[in-house]
Design a protein around this ligand. Structure first.
Ligand SMILES: Cc1cc2nc3c(=O)[nH]c(=O)nc-3n(C[C@H](O)[C@H](O)[C@H](O)COP(=O)(O)OP(=O)(O)OC[C@H]3O[C@@H](n4cnc5c(N)ncnc54)[C@H](O)[C@@H]3O)c2cc1C
Length: 471
């Protein structure tokens, strides 16, 4: 074990001049003189947001990422010119930290408006709808008239009334408002009716968050719905992985190291710091999914370990079909109502997300499995995965099987972080920092805010702030 040399980087020390930093998009604002060496374990959105923030503050940072590339669940795989987002699909105009970091990393123009056109399968056909937009939902043939009337008369006023408690940045407020004690399905069936759950709550939760309406906290669903009223959909040009690539580039340009293919098996507290893979650092950010964090920490953070055991994570796998022509229709995501399908929750026509990820004239369909079916696909071969998803997909897109060129499976062992009833209340302890106990190890990950890239980034920035505050 050797001690990493402490690098003091004020405004003018380090490999870059101020002018270079400015040109390369590394802001001078906030550039301090924190005299700390920090290991960041995990090169996903949470870890890289923390690393970027720490580098900017002047810390000496090393990111350890076990995979060959950064990105975690936002990785983009490139196959024969297809840029396949096997995990994260879309971002939103409410992702203010993501957008700010991207700009500061010099890649703000990488995020583009996605058309936002989705569809819901109902009565044997796809009905276009802009999910979350009340005007579109009211105009769409996807929803029966009775449900539209209840949405206008009951649900939208409910969301307005409870607006202050429904904040995706502070989901614990929904718990304070008493909305975390039951599931979205229980609330929906009682207050509005079964159609609300089958056609609205369930497709959205299953497709975007891998959780059934019976398992998701009602407060989580209401906060999503409230955000959806004004959210515009964004996509990363060239694939979602561009976000983490931009952050990793900025970390390196700022003098930090990003090591890929670098697994960490334990994070141990030692005298005056932390031991990570045989190197000594002043502090560490553990930015891996909760079950992996538990494995790394051992008994280094007893209170945190207890809390982490309450995080539920669901494995899943997505199936990408590389097609010789575009998918018929203009929509991006085609979702299925509750009970309509057994295996496929949604199919995403990647060429329609406006992100230049599919070669001209080709198509790319990504099947997102239902919460119940995802885990079984985890170790499936491409042939087995195709056999599982094709019947339901072909029902909606009859020409599909004739156009398939290749099949890829993207397994996500720690795929979905589940925000179940009772979980929002647990977030308060996490937010207050009770998990770290003021020590040199900070946790980061989507499980600390919201199961989204923005949630992961928020947690990464919090972790960096805590370490900077220790000095
Ligand atoms: C199918 C799917 C679709 C999604 N769609 C969206 C979407 O459209 N929009 C959205 O906002 N969110 C979406 N999400 C959620 C989003 O991907 C996650 O919330 C986000 O990636 C979490 O970031 P993170 O940094 O906390 O974890 P991760 O992205 O999982 O990153 C953790 C990193 O740690 C690394 N790691 C793990 N263990 C070790 C170790 N021992 N040593 C070194 N490195 C290690 C991993 O390889 C990984 O790179 C989706 C998720 C899935 C699964």
């Amino acid at each position: 074990m050797y001690e990493r040399s402490k690098v003091r980087r004020g405004n003018c020390v380090g490999p870059h001049t101020e002018a270079q930093r400015h040109r390369e998009g590394i802001p001078l604002i906030g550039y301090g003189s924190v005299d700390t060496s920090v290991a960041v374990i995990g090169g996903g959105p949470a870890g890289l947001a923390a690393a970027f923030s720490l580098v900017r503050a002047g810390a000496s940072v090393v990111v350890f990422e076990v995979e060959a590339g950064v990105g975690g669940r936002t990785r983009t795989d490139v196959v024969d010119g297809y840029r396949i987002d096997g995990g994260t699909q879309l971002f939103g105009t409410h992702y203010r930290r993501v957008l700010a970091l991207l700009g500061e990393a010099g890649a703000g123009d990488g995020m583009v408006r996605a058309p936002g056109r989705d569809a819901l399968w109902r009565k044997g056909r796809a009905h276009e709808v802009v999910y979350g937009s009340p005007t579109s939902m009211l105009a769409s043939g996807a929803l029966p008239l009775g449900l539209k009337m209840k949405l206008g008369a009951q649900y939208l006023p409910f969301l307005q009334r409870h607006g202050s408690g429904l904040d995706m940045d502070a989901l614990e407020h929904a718990a304070d408002a008493g909305m975390d004690g039951e599931s979205a399905a229980a609330w929906g069936e009682r207050e509005i009716g079964r159609d609300f759950v089958d056609l609205l709550a369930h497709p959205l939760l299953a497709t975007l968050y891998g959780i059934g309406s019976e398992e998701a906290s009602a407060g989580f669903y209401h906060a999503l719905s409230r955000q959806g009223l004004t959210l515009q959909v964004l996509a990363m040009r060239g694939g979602a992985g561009g976000f983490c690539d931009a952050l990793a580039g900025a970390v390196r340009r700022g003098g930090g190291e990003v090591r890929t293919g670098a697994a960490v098996s334990a994070v141990r507290r030692v005298e005056g710091g932390v031991d990570v893979a045989g190197e000594r650092f002043d502090a560490a950010v553990v930015a891996v999914p909760a079950p992996a964090a538990l494995g790394l920490l051992g008994d280094a953070l007893p209170a945190a370990s207890e809390w982490l055991r309450g995080v539920r994570v669901r494995p899943t796998a997505t199936v990408a079909l590389l097609l010789d022509r575009p998918v018929p229709g203009r929509f991006f995501g085609l979702s299925f109502p509750r009970g309509e399908t057994r295996v496929v929750a949604a199919a995403c026509a990647e060429e329609n997300k406006g992100a230049a990820v599919v070669p001209e004239g080709r198509g790319l369909l990504l099947a997102i499995p239902t919460p119940a079916a995802g885990e079984a696909l985890l170790d499936a071969s491409p042939d087995d995965a195709l056999r599982a998803v094709l019947p339901e997909l072909a029902h909606a897109i009859p020409t599909l099987s004739r156009t398939i060129q290749d099949v890829r499976v993207y397994p996500w062992r720690h795929g979905w972080t589940l925000f179940y009833p009772g979980y929002l209340a647990r977030l308060r302890a996490a937010r207050d920092g009770a998990l770290e106990g003021g020590g040199p190890i900070a946790l980061a990950g989507d499980y600390l805010y919201a199961p989204t890239v923005e949630g992961a980034v928020a947690a990464g920035l919090d972790a960096a702030r805590r370490i900077i505050a220790r000095g």
